[in-house]
Ligand binder design. Structure first.
Ligand code: PRX
Length: 646
C-alpha cells in the first residue's frame, strides 16, 4: 500500500470551515463536555421542542439501548425544505440531470416545498398516516426525493428499494415491512435503456397482501397496464390536492426510514433509522467532511436506492440548504466523458463517487477527462469500498488536476453517515486510507477474542460508543439487531470490516471479514446468492465467495453442485447466471460459475469457505490444513477445474 502523504493544499486550509485548530478544539470539547458539544451541534437543526438529554445509549447487554435527543421534537422535511424558504426560496435545491444530456430540471426550494406538500397530500388522500410504511421503487428522478420527503413530512416510514432489484427482491422487502403503498414509475431510463419498473411491481404484488395502492409516476410515458382500484397515476392524484401540507411533529426517536441491506446470514435486514440523530449526523458530516459552502453545487453520484443516496443526495445536503445534483444516468452514456461534462455544465464544486466508477473510467484513458474543464471542482470524495492507490492517484491527478483534496469516506448503511474520513482543511491525505475518525466516533481494533489491540496494528474494526446517526434496530427483529452487531465482541458495535491502523493513527480499511462481498460498492450476502442458486431446479448445492475483480473490486464466484444425473454445460451456466439475475437483480450476476462435483466439507458437514475463497483468488499454494476435510481429494479437482475457468 502506498504511504505517500499529500499535505493540505494552502488554498483549502486558508478558508476551511474546520481547520486543524478548530478540530482540536472540538475534540477537546467532546472529551470534556460531550453533552455540550452535541447540544451545540444539534443547533444545526430546527427543533419544535428542544431535547433535555442528548446521549442515553449503552452497548452493554443489560442496559442495551440506542437513544439520542429522545424527548426532542422536530420534522425532517421542515428541516430540509421549509426552514430554507425565508432566505433561499429561489435557490436551486435539486438540479436534475437526465439520462439524456438534453434533459434537465432545476428545482428551487420554493418548488421543492410545493412538490413535497403535494406528494404528502396525495399519500394522505390514499390513506397513509404516521407510522405507515411506504415502499419507493423509483428511478433517479426528482419525484424520488419528493416522495422521501413527503413521507418524512407526514411521519410515514419510507423503504426505498433500489430500482435494479428484481420483482422477487422487491416483494420480500415489501412483505418484511408490510407496506401499504408502493410508489413506482412506468419505466426507468439508464444509459438509453428502459427499465420496466411497473412490470416488476406487477409481478411482485400478488405476493404482497399488505399493499392497497400503487402510485405510478410517468417517466417515459410508455403505456403500462394499470390495475383498477389499486394503481393510480401520480400526476392525476397530484392535480387533486392542495399545495399546502402541515408537517407532523415527530419525536427524535420516531422512525424515519427502513433500508434493506445484506448481511452474512439470512435475508436482508431492514436497517431502521430515526429522525433526530440521523438527520443531525447526515447534515453535520455533509457540511464538515465536504466543507460545503453556501451556493456551491454538490454532486453525489449514488442512487437513492442505497444509503449514500439517502444521506448524501437527499437528507444531508437539503438539511444544509445546499444545491444537490441528482443524476439519472450512468458514467458511460452517451460516452465516458459524461461525469466531467456534467461537472462543467453545472459548475460542480464537490464531486462524490465510488471507486468502481473511477476504475471503469480510468480504463478509457485520460482523454475523456482532458476534453473537459473541471475548473469548478474543489473537493472530491470516494465511498463504498476501499479505493486502491492507483485509482486514488488518478482521481487526484487527472480529474482534480492535483488541486482538490479527496475525502475517502468509510461508513455503512448501519452508521447512517460518514464515520472515518479526512477533513479537507485539517487532515493530510494518504492514498488508500480513510484517515481519521469523525467527531464522536471511537473506532477500536480487536483480535479474534475481542481483546483490544493498541498502537499500529491490524484487527477487527469495532466502534466503542454510540453516535447520533447509528441505526436503532432491525425492523421487526430487535434481537437480530443485538445479535448481529453487539454479540461478537460484547459491549462494542462490530462493523464486519477489518482495518489496519498505522503509526499516525490513520485507518486503512481492508474489507469485510464476514461472508459479505462488496461488488461495485454494493453489499451482497453470499447466503442470498446461494439461496437463489439452490432454488434453480438443477442445482443441489451451492457456495458463493468473493474474488478480486479489476473494476468491481470484488466479483461473485459461485461453486455449484448439480443434481444427480445433470451435466454441466455452457448453456446451463448461462441459464444459471440468468436465473440469479432474475431472482435478485443484475448486481448479483455471478462472474464465474464453477460446476463442482463436491464441496470441501468438514466431517460435520460444514463447508470450508476459506478454501473456496483461496481457490477463487487463485491463491492455491497456501490452502492451509485440509486434513480435517471429509474428502480432501475434492480440493484437487476444484483447483484443476478452476484453472480452466479463470
Ligand atoms: O466494507 C465497507 C465498505 O462498504 C461496507 C458498507 O456497505 P454499505 O452498507 O452498502 O454502505 C456503502 C456506503 C457507505 C463497509 O462495511 N466501505 C464503505 N466505504 C468504504 C468501504 N470500504 C473501504 N473504504 C471506504 N471508504
Amino acid at each position: 500500500m502506498s504511504e505517500k502523504r499529500h499535505p493540505i493544499p494552502s488554498h483549502i486550509r486558508a478558508c476551511a470551515r474546520v481547520d486543524a485548530r478548530r478540530r482540536a478544539e472540538w475534540l477537546d470539547q467532546l472529551r470534556n463536555d460531550p453533552d455540550g458539544f452535541w447540544r451545540r451541534e444539534a443547533r444545526r437543526l430546527d427543533w419544535i421542542r428542544d431535547f433535555t438529554r442528548s446521549d442515553e445509549s449503552s452497548f452493554d447487554e443489560a442496559a442495551f439501548q440506542i437513544r439520542w435527543f429522545a424527548d426532542g421534537v422536530l420534522n425532517v422535511a421542515a428541516n430540509c425544505v421549509d426552514r430554507h424558504l425565508p432566505e433561499r426560496a429561489e435557490r436551486a435545491a435539486i438540479i436534475w440531470e437526465g439520462d439524456n444530456p438534453e434533459e434537465s430540471r432545476v428545482i428551487t426550494y420554493r418548488m421543492l416545498h410545493e412538490e413535497v406538500c403535494r406528494f404528502a397530500n396525495v399519500l394522505k388522500a390514499n390513506g397513509i398516516r404516521k407510522g405507515d410504511r411506504v415502499t419507493l421503487y423509483l428511478p433517479m428522478i426528482p419525484e424520488a426525493a419528493y416522495a422521501m420527503l413527503a413521507c418524512a413530512r407526514i411521519g410515514a416510514i419510507h423503504s426505498v428499494v433500489f430500482a435494479g432489484f428484481s420483482a422477487d427482491s422487491l416483494a420480500s422487502r415489501i412483505r418484511d415491512c408490510d407496506s401499504r403503498l408502493v410508489v413506482t414509475a412506468d419505466e426507468g431510463l439508464r444509459g438509453g435503456r428502459k427499465v420496466p419498473l411497473k412490470q416488476s411491481v406487477d409481478e411482485a404484488l400478488p405476493h404482497c397482501p399488505s399493499v392497497e395502492t400503487v402510485l405510478v409516476v410517468a417517466r417515459t410515458g410508455n403505456p403500462v397496464p394499470m390495475t383498477p382500484g389499486r394503481d393510480r397515476w401520480y400526476a392525476a392524484e397530484r392535480a387533486l390536492v392542495s399545495a399546502d401540507c402541515p408537517s407532523e411533529p415527530m419525536g427524535a426517536e420516531d422512525p424515519l426510514f427502513i433500508l434493506y441491506t445484506s448481511g452474512s446470514t439470512g435475508t436482508p435486514k431492514g436497517v431502521l433509522h430515526t429522525t433526530g440523530g440521523y438527520l443531525l449526523w447526515a447534515a453535520m458530516t455533509h457540511d464538515v467532511v465536504f466543507d460545503y459552502r453556501p451556493g456551491e453545487v454538490y454532486w453525489c453520484t449514488a442512487d437513492i436506492g442505497w444509503v449514500t443516496g439517502h444521506s448524501y443526495v437527499v437528507y444531508g445536503p437539503l438539511a444544509n440548504g445546499a444545491t444537490t445534483l441528482m443524476f439519472e444516468g450512468v458514467p458511460s452514456y452517451p460516452d465516458s466523458s459524461r461525469f466531467w461534462q456534467v461537472c462543467d455544465k453545472w459548475n460542480v464544486a464537490i464531486f462524490y463517487t465510488a471507486p468502481t466508477a473511477l476504475r471503469a473510467l480510468m480504463r478509457e484513458g485520460d482523454g475523456p477527462v482532458a476534453a473537459t474543464s473541471r475548473q469548478s471542482l474543489r473537493i472530491l470524495g470516494s465511498v463504498g469500498e476501499p479505493i486502491n492507490p492507483e485509482a486514488w492517484e488518478w482521481f487526484h491527478r487527472v480529474v482534480g488536476e492535483g488541486r482538490c483534496p479527496i475525502v475517502d469516506t468509510w461508513w455503512q448503511t448501519e452508521t447512517g453517515g460518514i464515520m472515518i474520513a479526512p477533513l479537507p482543511g485539517a487532515t493530510d491525505l494518504k492514498p488508500g486510507s480513510a484517515t481519521l475518525p469523525f467527531f464522536g466516533v471511537e473506532p477500536l481494533l480487536v483480535d479474534g477474542e475481542g481483546r483490544e489491540l493498541t498502537g499500529a496494528t491490524e484487527g477487527n474494526l469495532c466502534i466503542a460508543r454510540s453516535w447520533p446517526g447509528q441505526m436503532r434496530t432491525v425492523y421487526g427483529d430487535h434481537e437480530r439487531f443485538f445479535q448481529t452487531y453487539f454479540s461478537t465482541f460484547p459491549g462494542r458495535y462490530f462493523t464486519g470490516d477489518g482495518a489496519r491502523r498505522d503509526e499516525d493513527g490513520y485507518y486503512w480499511i481492508t474489507g469485510r471479514v464476514d461472508d459479505v462481498i462488496n461488488v461495485s460498492g454494493h453489499r451482497m450476502g453470499t447466503a442470498e446468492v446461494e439461496s437463489a442458486l439452490v432454488a434453480h431446479a438443477k442445482i443441489a448445492e451451492a457456495a458463493v465467495v468473493g474474488m478480486p475483480h479489476p473494476i468491481k473490486g470484488q466479483g461473485i464466484y459461485a461453486y455449484v453442485t448439480l443434481n444427480v444425473g445433470e451435466e454441466g454445460s455452457e448453456t446451463l451456466r448461462e441459464d444459471i447466471v440468468r436465473w440469479v439475475r432474475r431472482e435478485i437483480g443484475p448486481i448479483a450476476t455471478p462472474d464465474i460459475v464453477q460446476f463442482a462435483p463436491g464441496l470441501p466439507k468438514t466431517r460435520s458437514g460444514k463447508i470450508m469457505r476459506r478454501i473456496l475463497r483461496k481457490i477463487a483468488e487463485g491463491d492455491t499454494d497456501s490452502l492451509g490444513d485440509i486434513s480435517t476435510l471429509a474428502d480432501p481429494s475434492v480440493v484437487e479437482r476444484l483447483i484443476a477445474d478452476s484453472r480452466l475457468l479463470t
